[in-house]
Write a protein that binds this ligand. Structure first.
Ligand SMILES: Nc1ncnc2c1ncn2[C@@H]1O[C@H](COP(=O)(O)OP(=O)(O)O)[C@@H](O)[C@H]1O
Ligand SMILES: [Mg+2]
Length: 246
């Protein structure tokens, strides 16, 4: 199986070299756990260091805010967009009732499968993309009437089509804050993890060494089974070798 370098410092060596190529990985955690940064680091580093164009689909944050926040890590997203190496696909503006000023955007306030897949596939073609990040699947779920069944079906459909055309995808999922020893919930609707090829859980527990990561599942991979300490520094997310107690 071919591997895709994650761009997350220290993570590839815990995954036999990276994500399985053409598969999808769910990154879940409570608010502030680092999911959006993780997803953007995957896209940004992919474009900058591994010559793999990528698309970041944002449902929760405005593209300009993302570009500004990422500058804190020294990541000039705009520059890579101008070079055609990455794109932000804006689903946030429409959800907020605004007309997007972005080159790549959705017009409908409510999630619409045809619009979503149509716009995403267009952007993939235009950029010759290899990597996709969808931030977040919870936002898609909120807009589906059928709740759990709806999101499961929707993620299946997204994963099927993206896998079929060879994309390696990171999907984020927002979960409620849980006590650190409670690691039972991996996604917003508790169904997304079953249709994902991999699940990575991020946790913020506070204190001296406040962040944790563990790989809950990665199909086709002999992965680390430990809980790892992680940091968010001025260079982004960094997974430490040291294993820690939950
Ligand atoms: N420049 C930075 N240096 C260190 N930590 C940061 C920096 N920027 C953001 N963070 C941390 O990352 C958190 C936001 O991460 P984010 O990926 O947006 O979380 P999530 O998407 O899981 O809600 C902030 O609450 C803060 O703790
Ligand atoms: Mg986020």
């Amino acid at each position: 199986m071919e591997r895709v370098k994650t761009g997350i410092t220290g993570l590839d060596e815990l995954l036999e070299g990276g994500f399985p190529q053409g598969r999808n990985v769910l990154v879940s955690g409570a608010c502030g756990a680092g999911k959006s940064i993780f997803a953007m680091q995957y896209i940004y580093k992919g474009a900058l260091e591994f010559n793999e164009p990528g698309i970041f689909v944002t449902f929760d944050e405005m593209p300009d805010k993302i570009r500004q926040d990422m500058l804190r890590f020294g990541w000039n997203v705009k520059e890579l967009e101008d070079q055609g190496k990455m794109a932000i696909l804006d689903a946030t503006s429409a959800r907020a009732g605004q007309i997007s000023q972005e080159e790549h955007s959705f017009g409908r306030a409510m999630y619409d499968r045809n619009e979503f897949q149509g716009k995403l596939l267009n952007a993939i073609k235009e950029l010759k993309a290899k990597r996709i990040a969808i931030d977040s699947t919870s936002a898609i779920g909120f807009q589906l009437e059928q709740g759990k069944d709806g999101i499961r079906q929707e993620i299946l459909s997204i994963n099927y089509i993206l896998s079929y055309i060879g994309m390696t995808t990171v999907l984020t999922s927002e979960i409620p804050q849980q006590p650190p020893e409670d690691t039972r919930q991996y996604s917003r609707y508790s169904v997304e993890e079953y249709v994902a090829d991999g699940v990575i859980v991020l946790n913020f527990i506070g204190g001296m060494n406040p962040r944790r990561m563990f790989i809950r599942k990665m199909r086709g991979t002999k992965h680390s089974e430990q809980v790892h300490s992680i940091e968010i520094t001025d260079k982004g997310i960094n997974v430490k070798k040291s294993q820690v107690e939950i």
